[in-house]
Every structure is written in C-alpha cells, then in structure tokens.
Ligand binder design. Structure first.
Ligand SMILES: Cc1ncc(COP(=O)(O)O)c(C=O)c1O
Length: 397
C-alpha cells in the first residue's frame, strides 16, 4: 500500500474520532521512527508515553515473542505464573497491596471508581472530587471524572456525583468535601492539562484531609508512572502514598495493558463477581509487564532519567532565555512542558519537518517526554532540532 492508499482507506473505513498529523509511520526502534518515505524522526513523545522504553524495546519484544509461543491468553477463572509474577513485581516497586489487571488507563480508573463506590456503600458515600484540567480517560465515568468539559459535553447526562477543585488551591478542594465524598482523584503532574505539577505542601494537606475524613486518595499514574519522573512512580517524589493507584501506558512497553493497585484492605472489597476484564492480565500482557519492570531495574533507567533530566531542563531553560515566545519550562524528570506565549501547533509542525516529534497540549504547551532509556547524544541531537525549530518559529512572530 502506498501513502495515498493508506490515507484513503482510513478515510473510508476508520472512524474519524482522531485528529491525525499527515505522516504515515512504518517502523520504530528506540527513540527513532521512520515514515513511509524513509524519513527518520527522533521521537520526544513516544506514543503518548506508551513507548516509554522506546519503540520495540528489545527485552519486551523478546519476552512477548517467547510468550506467544507458550500461552497467549487464559481466562481469569484459572491461574497462570505470569500474572502472579507481574503482580508481585508491581507491588515490589510500589506499596503493599494487590493488583487488578485490565487493558488501558480508562479501565484502570474505572476499576478504581468502582472500588471506591463499594468502599463508600456502608455509609452511602458516592461522590468523587477530581481537578480542573485533569485527564482520566474516555469511558463515561472517567470522562466525567476528567475535569475538562470539552471531553464530556456531548455525552450528557453524565453519571452523578463528580465535582472539580483547582490543583494547588487547597481551599477549592476543602469546600467540596462533604459527608457523601468517598474519594479524591489526582494526577501529580497533569499531562493533558499542560504539565501542571502538584506542590508537595498541597499534597500533604490533601493526604491529611483524606485521612481525617476517611476519604480515599487515588493517584492516577497512567502517564507519570514507570520512571518518567526519575522515580518508579511520581508519588515517590513526594513521600506520600495513595490508597489506590492507576497505571497503564509505559507499564506494557507498547503492549496494551492497565492496572489498578489498591491497599490490601480496599483490594479485598473486590470479591468474585464484583469486577472483571476478559483480557485483563493475560499471559502475553503480563510477560510484557514483567519485562518492562526488569528492564527498568537492570538497565538503571531511573538513574538515566535522574541524570539526563537535569541536562534536559538546563537546555530548555537556556532556550527560554533566548526565545521570548517561551513563557515557562515546568515539570519533573522526563515529563516537561514548555509553555509558549503563542499557540504551539505550528512549532510542532516545524519540528516534524526537521525530523523531531513533540506534542502540543492545552493549545500552547509543548510536551517533551522522551523515552526513559534515551542516551545523551540523541537527546542533544533532538534538542538541537528543537532549538532550530524555535528559531524559525519565533521569526514568524
Ligand atoms: C493521566 C491519564 N489517565 C488516564 C488516561 C487514559 O488512558 P487510556 O487512553 O489508556 O484509556 C490517560 C491517557 O492519556 C492519562 O494521561
């Protein structure tokens, strides 16, 4: 199939619910992608953080290929060794609890919502508080949990019991908590919302409030998890644990997986029949999870992020001093945002033309989230392209 044919078939046979850039990609390796014309791109936004270990990571590919020949799927009414190993590995790097496996971030949050509702049942508590500019998924409940009306507007009436506070504005949360509140959901760095980092003192107040009012605290680590912030999970930067944590994206190294981790006393509220996922935790998915966690540990990828993110942020700050169109650089580790004073879509296109992939969210925030195993020379190369693109872009204003 040639490029035109592919695009034409998409137009005719694929539901048009995505805005797509005009590139057909055919191959990926590490932090590189190749398009159908053979042009090579450095990827600073690999699969919206799904390809957090780069494209086709060697160990994950090996593990999936091996597993595909042994056992791909097994229904959840039997046991298999790979789900046991994957669950243990997730708990080993997070907090004591149990794991529910599913296939995406939205499903992980959906599972968390349902678990919280069961917890609240004893005293008729059912209300959730999340934050404006958050993003939690596209199912009806998670799109309602998401604090951006543009995503939920067409689907009204929405499930009831959801309200929204402002991050880093504790009083706006405090005022919403009442006797019916069962949980607070938070992304410690809002990704989709424009790389907004929750302050440590704010999270401390939220944790204290939740403890006092017996409200569950849920961290959505779908985007921030698995090394992205220079720790296995973003919450480890704060020294504050959640009651429930949701995971996806890098968790599968490119394979579609999701997971909800809950403290033991909560996890045990899910009993046979309360919740399920046919594909969740199948041997193939679990083999990818095992391999991702082993690779992060054996290749010391957390250390890589810690080290290189200092360099990355310094370089971006230098660009900020040079280009007036850059308002602010913010974020932690390899989850950085460059806020512009102007809309950023054109900059994304200029970067693409020069062979660099970045993302623009919230209209004017350039999201830079390289694979956690990128090496310094390639990071430098990508930053050089970004600098050249900024130069060309700023001449237009
Ligand atoms: C923080 C966060 N939560 C949940 C989701 C939803 O994940 P999925 O698209 O896998 O359902 C996303 C997706 O971008 C996300 O960034």
């Amino acid at each position: 199939m040639d490029e035109q044919e592919i695009k034409q078939i998409y137009q005719q046979f694929v539901v048009g619910s995505y805005k797509r850039d005009d590139i057909v990609f055919v191959k990926g390796k590490g932090s590189y992608l190749w398009d159908i014309k053979g042009k090579k791109y450095i990827d600073f936004f690999p699969g919206w953080a799904v390809s957090g270990l780069g494209h086709c990571p060697k160990n994950v590919v090996k593990s999936i290929c091996r597993q595909a020949k042994i056992l791909m799927h097994l229904s959840n009414n039997f046991y298999h060794p790979w789900q046991a190993q994957a669950a243990k590995k997730i708990i080993d790097v997070s907090f004591p609890g149990k794991v529910f496996f599913c296939n995406s971030g939205a499903e992980a949050n959906e599972a968390a919502i349902k678990l919280c509702r069961i917890y609240g049942m004893k005293n008729s508590r059912y209300k959730f508080i999340s934050f404006r500019d958050s993003f939690h998924g596209r199912s009806l409940a998670t799109v309602t949990l998401t604090g951006q009306e543009k995503y939920s507007e067409p689907f009204k009436p929405l499930p009831e019991g959801f309200s929204y506070a402002q991050i880093n504005d504790f009083p706006s949360l405090d005022v919403l908590v009442d006797e019916k509140t069962v949980a607070v959901f938070i992304e410690l760095i809002q990704g989709e919302g424009g790389i907004n980092v929750v302050k440590k003192e704010e999270l401390e107040k939220i944790r204290k409030l939740c403890n006092e009012k017996d409200v569950l605290l849920v961290f959505d680590e779908v985007q921030t998890g698995f090394g992205r912030t220079g720790r296995f999970f973003a919450y480890q930067n704060y020294g504050i644990e959640p009651d429930i944590m949701t995971l996806a994206k890098t968790l599968g190294g490119g394979f579609p997986v999701g997971a909800m981790v809950a403290k033991n006393s909560l996890a045990d509220l899910f009993v046979p029949g309360t919740h399920a996922s046919t594909f969740g935790g199948n041997p193939l998915a679990c083999s990818s999870i095992i391999s991702v966690i082993e690779t992060i540990n054996s290749e010391k990828l957390i250390e890589n992020v810690k080290e290189l993110s200092v360099f990355l942020k310094e370089k971006l700050e230098k660009s900020r001093n040079k280009f007036l169109i850059i308002k602010e650089i913010r974020g932690i580790g390899f989850m950085l945002g460059m806020e512009l004073n102007v809309p950023g879509e054109k900059l994304v296109k200029i970067c693409q033309g020069k062979g660099l992939l970045v993302n623009c969210t919230h209209g004017n925030v350039i999201r830079i989230m390289p694979a956690i195993n990128i090496k310094k020379p390639l990071l430098k190369k990508g930053l050089k392209i970004l600098e050249e693109s900024l130069k060309e872009f700023s001449l237009k204003f």
